[in-house]
Design a protein around this ligand. Structure first.
Ligand code: TXA
Ligand code: MG
Length: 346
């Protein structure tokens, strides 16, 4: 752990709060989570209330190790063991059949459960301190329902208020999340009939999963369990977002500025185009490779959202598979803004 990480005393306090049924936000390598004791339905209800999240959307249970997985699952297929061995601790969530002893409250009433073992050292220390490493921490991303996920402790406070003032009793510090977008979710609950299904793309790719289990996860079907992150408008900032092909970015920006629009820009490296004296309200440049881009994406969306520009113009990244997690989040961020660019140009 480093200077930006909560110390063991703070982590111990957080573990006791969780054991007492309170909500605690904590860092993971993907995004910050809003945690509650996964075996306490009253505590889980507090998560749904704090997030204004519909109660039929299941939450992921975070556990300390591979050894703990069996207690939560009715059945762990052989593919689950192999994926866990390859990717845990890390940004992979597995959906498996839920053990009968585990409350349906945690999985939104479904007969499955999402399991993940995060690698962030503060998350690891918290899971080991909580119930002596034998518990499960139910944790969605620590944002209001439908909003951009937090990648710093300050983002969490921006969502829910200062520690102890709102529903969140404490926010553990852990620096900026390294991965920056939510975990890859693979559904293994219907192996016999469907095989593995990719419910949410993330930094662990379909290719990497196929390399371990010899089966390629397919895209979600109609019968797939509900994933709130798969609602089309999830991860959206308040300002409209438009994704524009890289080759058209400079022309589009110039046209918007000529019409007096205020525009915030997310680009991949290139300097702001010459706009005959007019300036974009702000420009954030993200690395032109997918892991660096994902790392900075949510912080960039939050920073630019705060400006209140007419539009956040995003230079579309390449279309190849390595960018699929980033593309997924960008398309959802832009979903509710369809038509905004055209009307601003009119
Ligand atoms: O990276 C992450 O996964 C972060 C960190 C905090 O671990 N968590 C996260 O949680 O993104 P959340 O709730 O924002 O998104 C988890 C997604 C939801 O869309 C939920 O519907 C889905 O996982 N999920 C959880 N349990 C499920 C289940 N039993 N069946 C289907 N989907 C499930
Ligand atoms: Mg979320």
């Amino acid at each position: 752990m480093n200077a930006h990480h909560a110390d063991l005393a703070a982590i111990g306090v957080a573990a006791r709060l969780l054991e007492a049924g309170e909500l605690v936000a904590f860092p993971t390598e993907t995004v910050y989570g809003l945690g509650a004791d996964a075996e306490n339905p009253t505590a889980i209800a507090k998560i749904y209330a704090a997030k204004s999240r519909p109660s039929n959307h299941p939450v992921i249970v975070h556990i300390a190790s591979h050894a703990e997985a069996a207690r939560w699952a009715a059945d762990l297929p052989e593919q689950a063991h192999r994926l866990i061995a390859a990717f845990w601790p890390g940004p992979l969530t597995l959906i498996v059949k839920r053990a009968a002893s585990i409350s349906a409250a945690v999985s939104g009433g479904q007969d499955t459960i999402g399991l993940r073992c995060p690698s962030h050292p503060v998350a690891q220390a918290l899971m080991h301190a909580f119930k002596n490493g034998k518990g499960g921490i139910a944790a969605p991303s620590a944002n209001k329902f439908g909003h951009v996920s937090p990648t710093t402790a300050q983002h969490v406070r921006d969502e829910f208020g200062a520690d102890g003032c709102g529903p969140v009793r404490c926010v553990l510090e852990g620096g900026q999340s390294t991965v920056g977008i939510e975990s890859t979710i693979v559904d293994l609950s219907r192996m016999a009939t469907l095989g593995p299904v990719l419910l949410r793309p993330g930094s662990i790719s379909v290719d990497a999963i196929e390399a371990i289990i010899g089966l390629r996860p397919m895209a979600p079907d109609q019968g797939a369990p509900r994933v709130s992150g798969s609602l089309q408008s999830h991860y959206a900032p308040r300002s409209p977002v438009a994704l524009v092909a890289s080759a058209d970015c400079a022309t589009t920006l110039r046209a918007l500025l000529e019409r007096g629009r205020s525009v915030a820009v997310i680009s991949t490296g290139a300097a702001q185009p010459e706009t005959s004296g007019r300036q974009a309200a702000a420009v954030v440049s993200l690395p032109a490779e997918p892991s660096g881009y994902a790392h900075g994406l949510y912080a960039a969306l939050r920073q630019l959202d705060a400006i209140g520009a007419d539009l956040i113009l995003v230079e579309a990244p390449p279309r190849d598979a390595a960018w699929s997690g980033v593309w997924d989040r960008l398309q959802r961020a832009a979903h509710d803004s369809t038509g905004t660019l055209q009307s601003l140009l009119a």
